[in-house]
Design a protein around this ligand. Sequence first.
Ligand code: DOR
Ligand code: ZN
Length: 408
Amino acid sequence: MIIANTQLGEITVEDGVIVSIDSDKKGQKVALPGLVDLHTHLREPGREDAETVDSGSRAAALGGYTAVCAMANTSPVADTAGVVEQVWRLGREAGLVDVQPIGAVTVGLAGEQLAELGAMADSAARVRVFSDDGHCVSDPRLMRRALEYVKAFDGVIAQHAEEPRLTVDAQMNEGEVAARLGLTGWPAVAEEAIIARDVLLAGHVGARLHICHVSTAGSVELIRWAKSKGWRVTAEVTPHHLLLTEDRATQYDPVFKVNPPLRTEADVLALREGLADGTIDCVATDHAPHSVEDKECEWAYARPGMLGLETALAIVVQTMGPRWDRIAEWMSFAPARIAGLAGQGRPLEVGAPANIAIFDPEVRWTVDPTAQASRSRNTPYAGMELRGRIEATYLRGEPTVLNGKATR
Ligand code: DOR
Ligand code: ZN
């Protein structure tokens, strides 16, 4: 089956594998390896009104993804083999992307007692990434023990870096804008203090640490330093932190409330530079669906988080340029490597599994929150015109999206 004429040539797929790429027949469409998201909130079990494994998988496929890592802050929390296996099974049933559950680091995300990391690793879901995301593992002794534990099976702790004592009641980035709006600030140092501590711990233990949603210039510097030491540290940045700044808060529209918060222009530029020079390894969406009740209310009461899966690639192209080889690294190879996903994040070449995203870089479209596959509407890009859209996505040769529409 010929799937498309792309910048690489005409791609033909059989039995789930790429069988030829004819470089004499090049086209305008862009073929990328199926995208991999290291940081997706699918909300099931517990908040199926906001998202389900099925609806989130569809949003992912429409964004060009063939695999997503499902965050553990569900209800019940994904802190046992039973819950991670449930999420993994739901992902298989949806069948649109590979859903790889992330396990919680601590029981109930409470930060007091290590969860059953070994049992989750040994389960059918084969968990390798553990995170209390939404919460920081703030106790340094517990963080050290978690790093020691996962080192045994080459697991990784993905830290939501936020010193909680520095962000009590925080609503947005600490600075002039917050002062003017009368909102309590979330200082950059709350993120940077935890990153500094944890890269030192990772270096000391010799274990793998991943930093979620890096948002400040100082964090980029710390990670650059940690990598120069040879420590096993990786990091992600979200599309929204590559594009949006704290100024968006001035209308008090809670769609722009997110954790960590939108920062300054200087931070945005440092994040782009860090991604470009390899300090930041990858782009992860932090797709965080929230119900209308949780989002369309007063800023102080709104839950933090924004949708990301269906718009991520267009935002990355907009902010980083049409650098397809780098984008393949940031959005497919690197996240698959960090999460240890077999068969995902492989270069498009003959013999590779046909996990492919076909992107039309020219088409212009306007983001309509009601026209997305997600059950929630909290996209920060509503009404914005974006350039470039996923036309088709293939998971092991099976189309999950064709002509910009999900096949199921
Ligand atoms: O904005 C956020 N939303 N940041 C997080 O860390 C958690 C996430 C969520 O679960 O909604
Ligand atoms: Zn987080």
